[in-house]
Design a protein around this ligand. Structure first.
Ligand code: GTP
Ligand code: MG
Length: 149
């Protein structure tokens, strides 16, 4: 099954949305495989968002990500990369549908609470960047109540 990298950005941590975000992914039927609360260095944030380094908002984006601790997580489940993006919602929170995390909890694009990997390949790269120590395996006792055999 698939894994994705989800990060609660500094605004989400400051606003007390950690539990809300985790709860939505848990209730959907995805499994938390790794999690840590950390403050990252500028160079690390630049590496995470390297694909956007030519964008005019890149400096502000890096400032935002280093402005406080973030919660880095790995979630696992069927099509969790694309479905995780649906739970997260559109990049611009004012365009994000109600019922999505950004649609329910954010206003500005530069304060959009959460990151989710945009492809299986980028998820793999981001998980390797954020969790070089590796990820624990475990099986939820609920598994057969969520997933058909
Ligand atoms: P992430 O899950 O954080 O990667 O967001 P995304 O995949 O929905 O969008 P993208 O990767 O294109 O951009 C990364 C982040 O940069 C966004 O989540 C925003 O916080 C910020 N960003 C993207 N586009 C803009 C923009 O036009 N203006 C500003 N100020 N910030 C932007
Ligand atoms: Mg992105």
């Amino acid at each position: 099954t698939e894994q994705t990298f989800i990060m609660i950005k500094p605004d989400g941590v400051q606003r007390g949305l950690i539990g809300e975000v985790i709860s939505r992914f848990e209730k959907k039927g995805f499994y938390l495989r790794a999690m840590k609360l950390i403050s990252v260095e500028r160079s690390f944030a630049e590496k995470h968002y390297a694909d956007l380094s030519s964008k005019p908002f890149f400096g502000g984006l890096v400032e935002y990500i280093v402005s406080g601790p973030v919660v880095a997580m790995v979630w696992e489940g069927k099509q969790v990369v694309s479905t995780g993006r649906k739970l997260v919602g559109a990049t611009n929170p004012l365009a994000a549908e109600p019922g999505t995390i950004r649609g329910d909890f954010a206003v500005d694009i530069g304060r959009n609470v959460i990151h989710g990997s945009d492809s299986v390949e980028n998820a793999r790269k981001e998980i390797a960047l954020w969790f070089p120590e590796g990820i624990a395996e475990w099986k939820s006792a609920q598994h057969s109540w969520i997933y058909e055999a």
